[in-house]
Write a protein that binds this ligand. Structure first.
Ligand SMILES: Cc1cc2nc3c(=O)[nH]c(=O)nc-3n(C[C@H](O)[C@H](O)[C@H](O)COP(=O)(O)OP(=O)(O)OC[C@H]3O[C@@H](n4cnc5c(N)ncnc54)[C@H](O)[C@@H]3O)c2cc1C
Length: 74
């Protein structure tokens, strides 16, 4: 099976990865962040999740995120 590495898990990277997987490629996506989506990712607001649920996403771009090293594959 042909394989492809995609660097960057933003909208562009995830879109091309999706299209390649649909065409039979084995795809690995790498990103320096721990969250997918790049500039279009959801940013959780600390303290909004209750009863063990995850925090809710922000409705503005002012929430902070954590940047760290991550290597993930689809
Ligand atoms: C506040 C805001 C509002 C916006 N509103 C709209 C809108 O209403 N409509 C619209 O169409 N667009 C909007 N945009 C633009 C849209 O979000 C971006 O154009 C789009 O998300 C870009 O996607 P991308 O995949 O090209 O790049 P990015 O989202 O920048 O993704 C690049 C990814 O590559 C990763 N990366 C970078 N370097 C490396 C490396 N060396 N190794 C591994 N990973 C790496 C980054 O961490 C990132 O996850 C908005 C952008 C912002 C910031």
């Amino acid at each position: 099976m042909p394989s492809v590495i995609v660097v960057g898990g933003g909208v562009a990277g995830l879109t091309v990865a999706h299209e390649l997987v649909e065409r039979g490629f084995e795809v690995q996506v790498f990103d320096t962040r721990t969250a997918w989506g790049g500039k279009a990712r959801s940013q959780p607001v600390a303290g909004t999740g209750t009863n063990g649920r995850r925090d809710l996403p922000a409705s503005t771009a002012s929430a902070s995120t954590h940047a760290s090293t991550a290597t993930s594959s689809t």
